[in-house]
Each structure stands twice: as structure tokens, then as C-alpha cells.
Design a protein around this ligand. Sequence first.
Ligand code: NAD
Length: 612
Amino acid sequence: MLAQVRATGWLPNGGLRYQISNEKTSKKKRFAFAALDLVTKEITTTNGENGLEVDRNAERQVVTPWSRSVASGYELLRNPRYNKGLAFSDEERDYHYLRGLLPPAPLSQDLQVKKLMDIIRDYHTPLQKYMAMMDLQERNERLFYKLLVDHVEELLPIVYTPTVGEACQKFGTIFRRPQGLYISLKEKGKVLDVLKNWPEQNIKVIVVTDGERILGLGDLGCQGMGIPVGKLALYTALGGVRPSECLPVTIDVGTNNETLLNDEFYIGLRQRRATGQEYGDLLHEFMSAVKQAYGEKVLIQFEDFANHNAFTLLEKYSSTHLVFNDDIQGTAAVVLSGLVASLKLTGGRLADHKFLFLGAGEAGTGIAELIALEIAKEEKISLNEARKRIWLVDSKGLIVKSRMESLQHFKKPWAHEHEYCKRLLDAVESIRPTVLIGTSGVGKTFTKEVIETFSSYNEKPFILALSNPTSQSECTAEEAYTWSKGRAIFASGSPFGPVTYDGKTFTPGQANNAYIFPGFGLGLVMSGTIHVHNDMLLAASQALAQQVTKEHLEQGLIYPPFRNIRKISAHIAAEVAAKSYELGLATSLPRPADLVKYAERCMYNPLYRDYK
Ligand code: NAD
């Protein structure tokens, strides 16, 4: 028997009206239902006589209740995507049944921004400001993004690092309404259905964490959700990806954090972390389900995975999915950009430098690899040859050939022939690097002795203290400038204020990943890219470096001012997309002639729209 399923119109509640007629073979009937589910997700049904119920029971299909409606009146005010608060005009209030539901005075969006900034500035703690921002995001999405775009330098540390770290630690307490999608071991075998529960279908960017290494704070389990939520807010505000196209995901496989396991208010699975096959299977089901639900052009950004999983996942899925790891690749691109920009000040080539890292994890080895790729490309030498200019020290000392046997796989390319040294100072003395980069997560490790030794043979000692938060920075900006006698080129992971040394004021740069990933992601999305290629990361670095002027460099800045970030992101997006078209990895064809203009046109604008 053949079941013909035909959409016949919309129901008053917005559901799809359909008709089922004439059953012939049950096989075809099942096919028809499956196809219909795929297209419309769920059909509002009123009758069980036409065979639908029988078929459902036989198949035990799990589907998502789905409805469509036009918001008006009270519902409109409660819908964060469309709510404009007091900014609804008189006509809109009449037309959308809002009369009397709002006080009479209208307020423009600009005035709303002014009022909210006053309120936020009045809060005493960053966490209170964070909560006020999250409340706003749930109340009035466009106002939230307008606030963030207009006051990006002030609000970035609130919606992202460092405040988001504290928010994750206290997530159980401040948790009000769920944000993002939680996929735990309980959902094993049903991940595709969980994705279908998300209200949006047209997803372009997913940020996913398993919460095992949240910022420098360690395992926060399910409470890591603050990270994907915060990162995606930046994707929209800084990179212009539409909020409806972003999906924050937390994969909950348990936690090894004893405090959370013993906390009666903990919101995640109360068990130790699953590892090995069980972990790999859930991740694999997630990766497959994402591709099935959203296609191959959805960008999956891995965020704050512990380094044993981060490297494995990136390697495993980079040839089958559009994947990006911000901790490894994004950090690398932003740091390389700072180095490239500073060459305008010092002259010479990247290959003239010798690099020494303290810390050989995701950030350290990721940056090292991208520097090596750039040198290999510029000098037309092999990657292995380029790697010889780069040295790393981990918690056990300098990475050298004699340690090869015991090294984790991602450290092995950096094991060069050299005598072993235990201490950073010994490594500085024997290798005599020109660039010193801290990525160990351990503070105060660039001591006076280390910086003085390093500066003793370098005219312009290049110091990057990248560890976060501020307390874990390898040295402060003041220490770097003072101990190098005002000669250092300095940037850090956490922000530092201006420093005056010997009558000259320096403004230290912040190697913030937010410079790169929003524009990078926009470039991939707007070109319909299907795989990330290292050349795209190099293109993003160069694009960011191009935004640094001589004036910036004279003030000590190796990154452009953040207030221009949307312009910077459009520029990065254009260069990334150009590289993707060149490599034949872009599927949005034909290629737009002016990619910068195209990127700007693609960007979400948080200004209110008029409703009719
Ligand atoms: P990770 O855990 O992957 O790596 C840390 C590495 O440091 C490991 O190799 C570890 O063995 C090593 N280490 C630990 N203690 C050490 C010690 N006393 N001496 C030498 N090495 C030591 O972490 P990650 O993702 O690489 O991040 C490291 C730090 O970099 C964090 O503080 C993070 O916040 C910061 N970071 C900054 C930026 C940025 O500024 N844009 C971006 C990413 C990461």
C-alpha cells in the first residue's frame, strides 16, 4: 500500500496541514513519513484514523513537536529575538497588540544602550555585570548585541575572559534559564534527536566543549557551557554571524572535579569522566549527527578540551569535517600575526629569529607549528628545516632528542639535537633565543634573571607572556619593560594597562584570540568552505598584521585597537575566503568580486528592524 503524504496548507496555530491518502505498501509509507520528518520535522496531526498512529507505533519514531506562529502582544515582548522593549513605535504598538503592555514613553535603541551601560557600570563586581548581560541576551537579543558592538573594549572582558571563567565556576548557582545544547552520556544513541530539539535549523557555527580544561581553571564538567555561549556571542558581535546560526554545545561525559561531584547543586552528570572507547563513541556520534543535521559546511569549533583529546579530535576530523580548534589554531594565528606585525618595527624576516617557548601544550605547540609553516613558506624550505628554529621547554625541561621516547606525540617534532637543560634560564643561556613565549599556564616564570639575561644580547627583546588569567602571566608588562630597560616588545594573554618607563609610555598589546576566530569563521561560512587548510590560518594572520600601523607600533602595540574589530573581522574573513576559493575548498559560487564588501554585507547588524 502506498501512502501519499501531501502538504495542503497551514493550520491556524501555524502547524502544517497535510493529507494522507491511499496506503499501498507499508515500506513506501515509512519512507514517505521519514522524508516528511526530514523536511518539516513534525506535522501537526489531528487524526489517528489514516494509519499514521499505527505506523508510528510500529516504528517507534521519535520526532520533535514543531509549531510556527506569529508573535504578537505579550508573547512578542517575551520573545528575545523580536522584543524591542520601549523602542516599539506607536504604529507597532497598535498593529501588534502592544498597547497598554508597555509604559507610554518610547525610547530609541541608542537611549536604551546608554541606560543599560549606566546600569552595568553601577554593578560592583564583574560577575554581576556578566549576569546583567546574560539577562539582557535572554530578554532582548538585538539590544544585547548592540551594546556589545558599541562597547566592545569594555564588555569583552565581561562576556568572555576573564569573567566568563568565574561564571563557569559558579554556573550551578547563577544558572537561570538553560542556554545552549547539553549532550550527555544519557543521550548516547539519540544525539541526532537532541539536535532536532534545538529550535533553529540553519546552523552555521557550533562551538563545542567537554568542559575538561576550561580556560586555566581545569575541569568544570557541564558548567563549561559558559564558554561556547560566550564564544558564540563574540562570533555574532565581532564576526557578524547571525545568532540564529550559532549553536553552543556542551558534551557531558562526567567530571573528575571532586568539588563539583560533591556539590548538591551540580548541574551535570555525577560521575567520573568517561574515557577511551566510551568517550570516543559519543564524540563520534555527535560529529556524525552534526553533519547529518546541518550538512558538511557547518563549522565545528572545539573549545577547551584537555590537550590529549584536543589534538586527537582535531586530527581525526580535519579531513571529514570543517573543524577548527581555537586553543591550538586560533591562538597560533593571533600570535603569528603579532610577530609579523612587529617585523615592521624591527626589520628582518621571521626566519632570522630563534624562538623559545615555556609550555608545550595546545597553545605552545600550535603557535610553534604555525610559525614553522610560515617560515617554510617564506623561505621555501621544508617544514622540518623550519622547525629547527623553534625550541620548547615543558614541565620537565628543554624538549630534546634524548627525551624522545617519553614525549607525547605532539611534542616529538620539537625534539632537536641539543644538550638537555632543566631550567628555563639555562635554556635561554644556551639557545640564546630572540623571541620568548610563555604558554605554560604558570605565573611569574619569566623572572628578573630570565628577562635580564634574555635582554642582554637582544636589541629588541620580544616577550610574549600569554598565560591566563592575569595572576598566571609569566611576567607583568611593567616587569617586562623595566627589566629590559624599556627595550622589550611585549604582549600578553591577559590585559595590562599602559606602563611608563624612563619617561616613555608603552601600551602593551593583548594577544586576544577574539582578533582572529570571529573573522576566520565568517570567512569560512560566507565562502561555504568544506575544510580548514593551514594556508587559511596564515592568511588570517597576515590580514590581522596588515591592520597594524606604524603609529600603533610606536606606542608598543603589535595588534590594532579592538574598537575597530568588525572592520578587522571583515578584512580577515575576506582573506580567508580568498584563500579558500584559491584552494578550491569554497562551495559558495561564483566567487564574489569584492570579498571585503561581501563580508561586510553578510554581517549581522543588531539595529532594530521595523515591524509591520
Ligand atoms: P595546556 O595544558 O595544553 O599546556 C600547558 C603546557 O605547559 C603543558 O605542556 C605543560 O607540560 C606545560 N607546563 C606546565 N607547568 C610548567 C612549568 N612549570 N614549566 C614549563 N612548562 C610547564 O594549556 P594551553 O592550552 O597550551 O594553555 C597554556 C596557557 O596559555 C594558559 O594559561 C592559557 O590561558 C594561555 N593561552 C593564552 C592564549 C592567548 O593569549 N591568546 C591562547 C590560548 C592559551
